[in-house]
Design a protein around this ligand. Structure first.
Ligand SMILES: *[C@@H]1O[C@H](CO)[C@@H](O)[C@H](O)[C@H]1NC(C)=O
Length: 436
């Protein structure tokens, strides 16, 4: 049989590639499956990456991560890597999880890693943390790129990684300092071929680097990707280290297939169905704090919600004497249909702040599954609103209120360091409603 030699070559290469992938061990540390962790695992699955989570449901012993700490991560990883430390071909990929998102698969990561030629490669960042005194010990040969080691993302061959991990560390000592010291030890660095990913070929640490990155759409897949426009790279793992977590939160709405071709597949994930006769109990808290035009229409919107009133605990706070009468009439006419009713009129002299607290207390007291806030400024036109919101199965959902032909919204999408408005990369699209 005639087989073109290039075809054979292709077969061999494919085999080799799949072998290496089989021998990659992806580790992370997480002690609780919080939202950040779930986002991380979702992104890994999106790219077919299987992650071994170390420490799940155990007590976190690594100290306060807002300051120094994290040695616990090293100690968990050492135990895991010990089992593969003699396998020359095994590759260890370690990432943090709560503030990390994959943006490409292992094929991509491995081919970049082999091109770079290091045996152990750490992500790099612009800031030196935690020990500034070490600055002078850093190699001076880096012409371009982030200079300093970040320990939240790294990849390496198992024997070399284990060699680094052999050194003991206390659970509460700082993991980044620990790895940094190995890197700054020139003899060890040369022997184990440790390098930093200065140009974010694989690892993008966001702290101090938000001007380096730009969200882009991959034209072939329609998916959001993060590019490093400073070094013209397309990193494969993104880390919202330090205070850059908010940036990661904003970017991650578009990464790992969360957003494709202007649609939001992420929004359709983990949704729930509501079975007939098994409606969750909702505390609906209605706030009437200012005189409002079209007030009867507002009450009509509440009334015509497509949800069994027998599953709603109604709470109304009316602080406007002029509206008391209609509110009272509403309760007289329809109150019996609700599971329970709590009515506070202007004569009760309870201010808005107090009323909002009471609404939460009331919801807890009634053991409601959900708390639904409605203010008289906002009319409910969509009768299925409540049911549709519940089906989305999210812990909190807020509306985006905009004014036509006006760059105004109640939702900002980004904050500056003082907690005030900052322009986010997607603010205009959000306000104009061009995101679906
Ligand atoms: C609803 O969301 C929770 C997490 O908040 C998740 O654990 C659960 O699986 C979701 N339900 C469904 C049916 O997906």
């Amino acid at each position: 049989m005639f087989v073109p030699s290039s075809f054979l070559f292709l077969l061999v290469v494919l085999r080799l590639a799949s072998c290496t992938q089989d021998n990659v061990h992806v580790f992370t540390v997480a002690t609780e499956a919080n939202d950040g962790y779930r986002r991380f695992i979702r992104s890994a699955r999106h790219y077919g990456i299987e992650v071994q989570t170390l420490g799940m449901d155990s007590e976190w012993k690594g100290g306060d991560m807002n300051g120094r700490g994290g040695g616990y991560k090293v100690n968990l990883l050492r135990d895991a890597v010990e089992k593969i430390k003699d396998d020359q071909d095994a590759i260890v990929l370690f990432t943090d999880s709560y503030d990390v998102v994959f943006t490409n698969g292992l094929d991509d990561i491995l081919s970049k890693f082999s091109k770079i030629g290091a045996k152990v490669l750490f992500g790099a960042e612009h800031y030196l943390w935690p020990d500034k005194i070490l600055k002078d010990q850093y190699p001076t040969t880096v012409a371009k790129g982030a200079r300093y080691l970040n320990s939240g993302l790294f990849i390496g061959y198992a024997p070399q990684v284990y060699e680094i991990l052999k050194k003991p560390i206390k659970d509460t000592d700082d993991d980044q300092l620990y790895y940094t010291k190995s890197y700054l030890d020139k003899e060890l660095r040369d022997k184990l071929k440790i390098q930093l990913d200065h140009k974010s070929e694989i690892f993008q640490n966001l702290n101090g680097a938000t001007a380096d990155v730009k969200l882009d759409i991959d034209p072939t897949t329609g998916q959001g990707v993060l590019k490093n426009v400073n070094f013209l790279t397309r990193p494969s793992v993104i880390h919202g280290n330090g205070p850059s977590k908010l940036y990661l939160n904003a970017f991650a709405n578009y990464l790992a297939g969360a957003f494709i071709n202007n649609e939001c597949p992420l929004c359709k994930e983990d949704n729930i169905e509501i079975k007939e006769n098994a409606y969750p109990i909702v505390s609906m808290s209605v706030f009437v704090e200012k005189p409002m035009p079209f007030f009867e229409e507002f009450l009509d919107g509440i009334l015509s919600l497509n949800y069994p009133k027998s599953s709603i605990n109604l709470f109304i706070h009316c602080n406007v004497p002029y509206h008391d009468k209609l509110v009272n009439k509403y309760v007289l006419d329809f109150g019996v249909e609700y599971k329970t009713v709590k009515l506070l009129l202007s004569a009760d002299n309870i201010d808005e702040k107090e009323a909002r607290k009471l609404a939460v207390q009331q919801a807890k007291l009634k053991e409601s599954d959900y708390l639904f806030y409605v203010e008289a400024e906002a009319h409910i036109d969509d009768h299925d609103l409540l049911i549709d919101l519940i089906k989305l199965n999210r812990s909190i959902i807020a509306p985006v209120l905009v004014r036509d032909d006006n760059l105004w919204s109640n939702f900002w999408a980004a904050l500056d360091e003082n907690g005030f408005y900052a322009r986010s990369h997607d603010y205009l699209e959000i306000v104009k409603g061009s995101l679906k």
